[in-house]
Design a protein around this ligand. Structure first.
Ligand code: GLN
Length: 546
């Protein structure tokens, strides 16, 4: 870590769900627009060692880094706003920290001392924060402390931030993201909950330097002045953060209150004049798209009670948006529950109304025959189809069943003794599964992929070798590759060298305008200022249909 490395801690007060993650990503964005190198760190206070075992319907998408670490969806927003790949050290959970401390204790690493939350666990956090700064080789590390002030579970992280500040007072600053309710019966913005939250943070020995005031409406100067005295923060350092139409407007909004100037001054750093032109152009697309295209996402992680939760597919939605925005289009995304096609097979004909069909990643049996029916319909009716991971595996199953006539084709994830196991687990993974080592049975993180000349994938990427991120256990069964290829399916992307892993499957353009599936999750690498080539190609074909 360079001596003058800077840290910004972002802490949430009053309540959760007010956009602390987007605020953190936006702080990263405005600082990098001033020419600083920034890495963003997410601290998740739960005891899971990573986010891999969490249910996406409840917790949102699992975002996978190049390193293969399974993280929280906030990390996806960080990478998208920063346009930078983040490292495994940029993510930590309480489980990860405690596990390291307990493992060390078991290995006599504490020389017979009594091992305690304070100092040992807290100091492990401080050590990791410094390590992430060193590995990222950045100027500034922005750390979002998950959860809300007052939670028991994030107290040690706040204490670690306090200690880091004590060690380097001029290198560490604190930002509180708070919320100002406007109760309907009163119609006036209330600042008391925020005043209390700041006092609560003071009790940890921490005084915020900046306050980001989230509310439905802008914070007026009068209220800023009043609040400033109460919370002990100069009025110009209270940032008005009203609700906005698109998350990509947030950094632009922060700059209206000169947040990057304020931060640079507090950190004693010089920056270039801000350069956000490209970002502003992109953000404006979110409001200006004229022609709309209708994309159907056929999946299963939608319903929790009466709610439709699209967070499980966050990166997919964003990737579609980026490609549509760059083509001047307005994406309309529809959530179609695969289960409905199982219950009522005729219903699948509704897909005719859409310009493109996408089956995203997934696990397990729910809705699987419905997804296969949707894929069949898209193939037969020449509707652009894009399959991501499970969506590619099921595209292969559908092709084997309905084109090659292998009616018993299936993935062994669902049918262990399938007559034609066209999607199967590789032998080396089988052994781990038998030992119930579920954590270690997935292919995770970035893998290289070679692209075959003359294919849709190769034309889209415009490169012979690419790298994409993975998260799955099953693969196209090598025993069926020849038969599938003879039957007309093209494996346009394979693992380099041994060519044993089928990474991309497609149908030739003369047979179908766009029928493409990827074993990887390309959505994880789509960025606002660098949309993903395969999503671009899918949207382009969908637009032709519209
Ligand atoms: N369930 C499939 C597998 O494990 C696909 C996983 C996914 O779509 N991420 O291989």
């Amino acid at each position: 870590m360079a001596k003058s490395h800077k840290y910004i801690f972002v802490i949430g007060g009053v309540m959760s769900g007010v956009g602390k993650g987007i605020a953190t990503a936006s702080i990263g964005k405005i600082l990098s627009s001033r020419g600083l190198s920034v890495n963003l760190v997410k601290v998740d206070p739960y005891l899971n060692v990573d986010a891999g075992t969490m249910n996406p319907t409840e917790h949102g998408e699992v975002f996978v880094l190049d390193s293969g670490l399974e993280t929280d969806q906030d990390m996806g927003n960080y990478e998208r706003f920063l346009n930078r790949d983040l490292l495994a050290d940029d993510y930590m959970t309480s489980g990860m920290i405690y596990k390291a401390v307990i493992d060390r204790e078991r290995n006599l690493g504490y020389s017979g001392k009594c091992v305690e939350a304070v100092p040992h666990v807290r100091d492990e956090i401080v050590m990791r924060l410094k390590r992430s700064a060193t590995l990222a080789q950045s100027d500034v590390t922005v750390v979002e402390i998950g959860g809300t002030l007052g939670d028991f579970s994030n107290a040690l992280f706040i204490d670690a931030a306090r200690v880091l500040h004590l060690q380097n007072p001029s290198d560490v600053i604190f930002i509180m993201v708070s919320y100002m309710p406007i109760p309907g019966t009163i119609g006036e913005m209330k600042t008391k909950p925020t005043q209390n939250a700041v006092r609560q943070l003071n009790a940890y020995g921490v005084q915020p330097d900046v306050l980001i005031a989230r509310a439905a409406q802008p914070l007026d100067d009068r209220r800023k002045e009043k609040l400033s005295i109460q919370v002990n923060i100069p009025a110009e350092r209270i940032i008005s953060a009203p609700d906005v139409g698109s998350i990509y407007d947030v950094p632009i909004n922060f700059e209206r209150d000169h947040l990057s100037d304020i931060l640079l001054k507090l950190l004693g750093k010089k920056g270039k004049p801000t350069d956000m032109n490209e970002w502003k152009k992109f953000a404006a697309h979110a409001h200006n798209g004229k022609e709309s295209i209708k994309i159907a996402i056929v999946g299963k992680y939608f319903d929790t009670g009466d709610f439709v939760l699209s967070d499980a597919y966050l990166s997919v939605i964003e990737a579609l948006k980026f490609s549509a925005f760059h083509q001047g289009l307005k994406p309309e995304i529809y959530w179609l529950n695969a289960k409905h096609y199982q219950d009522d097979p005729k219903k699948v004909e509704e897909l005719k109304e859409y310009d493109g069909v996408l089956v995203p990643g997934g696990f397990g049996e729910t809705g699987i025959e419905g997804k296969i029916a949707a894929i069949k319909f898209a193939r037969e009716n020449k509707i652009p189809y894009f399959g991501l991971c499970y969506g590619m595996q099921l595209m292969v199953v559908e092709y084997a069943r309905n084109v090659l006539g292998l009616t018993g084709a299936h993935t062994t994830e669902i049918k262990k003794d399938a007559e034609h196991p066209v999607i199967d687990i590789l032998p080396e993974q089988k052994e781990k599964l038998a030992r119930k080592e579920y954590g270690g049975t997935m292919r995770l993180g970035a893998y290289a992929c070679d692209l075959k000349e003359g294919t849709i994938a190769r034309a889209a990427f415009g490169a012979a070798r690419v790298s994409e991120r993975h998260r799955h256990r099953y693969e196209v069964n090598p025993e069926y590759i020849e038969q599938l290829e003879k039957g007309g399916l093209v494996f346009s992307g394979t693992s380099p060298k041994d060519k044993r892993l089928m990474e991309i499957a497609e149908l030739p353009k003369k047979v179908h305008p766009f029928m493409v599936g990827t074993q990887a999750h390309p959505e994880l690498k789509a960025r606002p200022l660098a949309p993903h080539p395969l999503f671009d190609a899918f949207i382009k074909e969908a637009a032709k249909r519209s």
